[in-house]
Design a protein around this ligand. Structure first.
Ligand code: HEC
Length: 137
């Protein structure tokens, strides 16, 4: 009995360690994304809708219709684009926003490193709620 019990215990602790690690990787990605967001996006974008920013707030941006923050004064190009901010659209935007959407008033950012895009997307996902409700700080 004892060896089996010990094996089961060892198996369970490996499983638990594996799960903890998966969480940690997800957290590391989000934290890295947060830092990259601060470096590349924050000076123009708030990450919560309660704060004014030069660009539209990016809380709940994933799955949102482009140009849909009511009080924000978008360019005609963005407002009329009819696109939804999927992860793929956000990648194209980070990579070459003014090529992706000529006429946008967002200055070119040019993030073409997929890893950097991944991290920023992980952060944007972390500030996107399923039901679109605001994230309270
Ligand atoms: C120099 C200022 C500036 C920087 C830096 C910047 N943005 Fe923007 N962003 C804007 C402006 C201004 C708009 C509105 C564009 C328009 O109306 O055409 C915008 C619009 C957007 C939108 C469209 C949102 C919506 O409501 O439709 C997304 C998504 C976005 N930016 C993501 C980013 C991300 C991600 C970064 C960092 C990698 C970033 N931006 C960096 C100024 C900036």
């Amino acid at each position: 009995m004892k060896p089996f019990f010990q094996m089961a215990l060892a198996g369970a602790s490996i499983l638990v360690a594996g799960m903890a690690q998966a969480d940690t990787f997800a957290e590391i990605k989000i934290n890295a994304g947060h830092e990259l967001f601060n470096k590349e996006c924050r000076r123009c974008h708030a990450d919560d809708s309660d704060h004014e920013s030069y660009g539209p707030p990016l809380e709940n941006v994933i799955g949102r219709a482009a140009g849909s923050i009511e009080d924000y004064d978008y360019s005609v190009a963005l407002e009329a684009s009819g696109i939804v901010w999927t992860p793929a659209a956000l990648r194209a935007w980070m990579e070459d926003n003014d090529g992706f959407m000529p006429g946008t008033k967002m200055r070119h950012v040019g993030i073409d490193d997929r890893t950097v895009q991944d991290f920023i997307l992980a952060y944007l996902a972390s500030i996107t709620t399923r039901d679109g409700s605001a994230i309270s700080e």
